[in-house]
Design a protein around this ligand. Structure first.
Ligand code: PHE
Length: 518
């Protein structure tokens, strides 16, 4: 006899958890970096179109799937598409777990930088030396020296493991602990962000940055890269294609109003993203720092450099900035871990504590690999460590391809297999926003067509170097596949073997079909 499936205590708890998942590092730095790169103000239009055409409908599908099947992502897809459907679900979970590994490594670095902000290295007169890179004292800007000092020292592993322990604590009792955490964390994230906006706008020159962000450059609208960037950004920022939203929605009563939930969560996420743009741009422009950068350099080099200019306020502001990153990141990483944990529990009926520990052990091993300080990247063309290079490469596939493939497959399975008419009828039966026939057409034709375009364009870019800057790396300022460097070939192979291999093994292992209990 299985126990009753765990449930959120309130609808607000669910909405906070889902929006906490969506609001993450991507909202604070990635959006601004992308927007600026893709024509600032002009990026908003493709972004909003991507949100409405793909983001909101796919979120409805993911919520609807959780409601309809009352189980996590792989089993929910399996009940519609058989073994192949389940395999697609496990592919998503393994892909998500790989993202978790580096996502948490980055959060560990945020904790390390928080420490440097408080201890003072970040604002010192002369920057620290970085022996591993043969960099003498004072040779680099403070933030860059502190970051490389951090990741080239074993202490970075301690920070990374520490963030894993926080995550383990937060998912240990499932919805109970997650709900308690997000009720505190999500309001704090908003509060800190509002504080940053006020601070940014009150700097002389700060408003100018916001103008810049909102000055459209419509000449870029005809550029395929901009559209490609907008669709990729929407998937990542809304946490779609991970199986997260299905797992979270499966912990709600059947009667929930999921069309409204999807609209509310998307709007919370995207409004946060836009106001984060205000804060980032006003702070950066007050100090004329260029925001053109990859996500990691934005987080660890550029924002700290702008904050350093605040003088006496720098120390506290810096610590608050890294606290913000940690809170936003944690409310996302717990959702990633929960998606994997719930999938394993549903299929294998394992105990929660054992499952959390097992998934975390695998995760810790992966995160440590990304954070390994010893291997300095000598000949690999980027001024980082081997860990950073691997991180860029895996991110390129897991994020650039993995999420979009999952989105495409889930739309096809739900659209044609369930089929979508049935999903729409169930969603409508308990929702205040009623979906019309247009929804069926979106899920069956329009969204798949757009996602096939995105995937095709990424592939063309990688193979034939079309429009190179379409795929900037997370770390590398402009990662492009360089041809046939060993790692460039090994990375996609490792990614494919892990996601397809482990995904297939999990799908083929006999288990439960996902009765509603846990
Ligand atoms: N949505 C998060 C963001 O915008 C990213 C994320 C969510 C990453 C879930 C992984 C898993 O930053």
């Amino acid at each position: 006899m299985s126990k009753a499936r765990q449930q959120w205590k309130s609808r607000a708890g669910f909405i906070l958890a889902a929006s906490g998942s969506a609001i993450g590092l991507g909202n604070i730095v990635f959006f601004s970096a992308n927007a600026y790169k893709f024509g600032a103000g002009a990026f908003y239009l493709p972004y909003l179109i991507a949100l409405l055409a793909v983001g909101v409908p796919v979120m409805m599908v993911e919520f609807g799937l959780g409601r309809e099947k009352g189980t996590s992502f792989p089993l929910a897809l399996g009940r519609i598409g058989g073994r192949a459907g389940e395999f697609a679900g496990w592919f998503a979970v393994v892909n998500a777990l790989m993202i978790t590994m580096y996502y948490i490594a980055i959060l560990g670095w945020a904790v390390g930088m928080w420490w440097s902000a408080l201890a003072g290295d970040l604002w010192a007169e002369t920057s620290v030396a970085v022996p591993a890179f043969d960099v003498p004292e004072g040779a680099l800007p403070n933030a860059i020296a502190s970051f490389f000092d951090l990741i080239s020292s074993p202490r970075n592993i301690i920070f990374v493991v520490f963030v894993w322990l926080l995550n383990i604590g937060l998912v240990s009792r499932g919805t109970k602990t997650i709900e308690g955490a997000v009720k505190v964390m999500v309001p704090m994230i908003w509060l800190i962000m509002v504080g940053f906006i006020i601070q940014g706008l009150s700097q002389p020159g700060g408003v100018h940055g916001v103008f810049l962000l909102f000055t459209p450059d419509f000449s870029v609208m005809g550029d395929i890269n901009v559209w490609h960037g907008a669709f990729a950004q929407i998937f990542f920022t809304l946490s779609l294609g991970f199986g997260i939203m299905t797992a979270y929605a499966s912990y709600l009563p059947k009667k929930s109003d999921h069309t409204t939930n999807a609209v509310v969560v998307s709007m919370m996420n995207c409004s946060f993203e836009m106001i984060a743009g205000f804060a980032v741009f006003s702070l950066l422009f007050a100090f004329t720092v260029t925001p053109k950068a990859s996500t990691l350099s934005m987080m660890f080099f550029i924002m700290p450099a702008a904050i350093a200019e605040l003088g006496a306020a720098a120390k506290l502001t810096g610590a608050v900035f890294f606290t913000l990153l940690l809170l936003a990141g944690l409310s996302s990483s717990i959702s990633l871990i929960e998606a994997a944990v719930s999938a394993v529990i549903d299929k294998f009926k394992t105990r929660r504590v054992t499952t959390v520990l097992a998934v975390s052990l695998v995760g810790i091993a992966g995160s440590v690999m990304f954070a390994l300080p010893m291997v300095i990247d000598g000949g690999l063309d980027s001024n980082g460590t081997l860990g950073l290079t691997i991180l860029d490469l895996i991110d390129h596939y897991a994020f650039g391809y993995g999420l979009i493939i999952v989105g495409l497959v889930e739309c096809l399975i739900v659209g044609w297999g369930l089929p979508v008419e049935k999903l729409r009828a169930t969603l409508n039966s308990s929702s205040s926003i009623q979906l019309g026939r247009w929804f069926d057409i979106m899920i069956k034709f329009v969204v798949p067509a757009i996602l096939i375009f995105v995937l095709g364009y990424s592939l063309l870019t990688d193979v034939f170097d079309v429009g190179k800057e379409a795929t900037p790396g997370l770390y590398g300022a402009d990662y492009v596949m360089k041809g046939f460097d060993a790692l460039d070939v090994i990375a996609p192979v490792v990614w494919l073997v892990m996601t397809l291999g482990i995904g297939a093994a999990l799908a083929l292992t006999p288990g439960h079909k996902g009765a509603d209990g846990e």
